[in-house]
Design a protein around this ligand. Structure first.
Ligand code: CA
Length: 229
């Protein structure tokens, strides 16, 4: 699963540079150039992490942060603040803004990407780690291998991404549309039925004779991964 990062930055050159470098680091990146646009984009698709500039037109970075922290669905989204030296740095340093970390401009891309990785590792371990366990399932994102109960499971690329996504959110039910967005991407046209086909293949691959089916079908809602079922 590729972590989705929203960059909120009004300086075009910096936004482009951030997008380029985060894309190169393997993140899926989107850019918003002011606070209002950021809130709209966040409502459309929840980011795995937000890089948020402090000084923004329309709605400031601090206000965006405050609003996200007051909403149940966005309360836990990791935020890395960008600030110019001297811009209320003391307040940010105390992180009473609700940000998870901050970087002072000018910063190097190496520094920012290291902070992003550290925040993701701390808050969303499933996203940042190379290997994840759920019950008797192990997914290795670097080697691109899956094992269940010690046995190698062979998956196609779509089934691998599906399983990866399920393993980051065990027990949670996803609709076909949510899975399409997360695994295929929102700009790809795929029919909802395609999800059923790939979940079917994933289920078939995972279900060793003696093992319980880890994928739960929730009638008219979608699918979930339940390793203790
Ligand atoms: Ca700015």
């Amino acid at each position: 699963m590729i972590p989705y990062v929203l960059v909120v930055e009004d300086e075009d050159a910096l936004a482009t540079l951030l997008q380029y470098n985060l894309d190169k680091e393997g993140y899926s990146v989107s850019v918003a150039s002011d606070g209002e646009e950021a809130l709209i984009q966040i409502n459309e698709k929840l980011p795995d992490l937000i890089v948020l500039d402090w000084m923004l037109p329309k709605v400031s970075g601090i206000e965006v942060c405050r609003r996200l922290r007051s909403r149940a669905d966005t309360r836990n989204v990791p935020i890395v603040m960008l600030t110019a030296r001297g811009e209320e740095t003391d307040r940010i340093r105390g992180l009473d803004t609700g940000a998870d970390d901050y970087v002072v401009k000018p910063f190097s891309m190496t520094e920012l990407t290291a902070r992003i990785r550290a925040v993701l590792r701390r808050i969303r371990p499933g996203l940042a780690e190379d290997r994840t366990h759920q019950g008797d399932l192990i997914i290795d994102r670097v080697a691109h291998r899956v094992k269940r109960d010690g046995r190698e499971i062979h998956l196609g690329p779509t089934e691998f991404r599906l399983l990866d996504y399920f393993m980051q959110h065990p027990g949670r039910v996803f609709s076909r549309e949510q899975l399409l967005d997360a695994v295929w991407g929102s700009d790809v046209y795929v029919e909802a039925r395609t999800v059923d086909v790939h979940v079917g293949r994933l289920r078939k691959a995972l279900n060793l004779e003696t093992k319980a089916d880890p994928i739960r079908t929730v009638r008219s809602a979608g699918y979930a991964l339940d390793m203790d079922a």
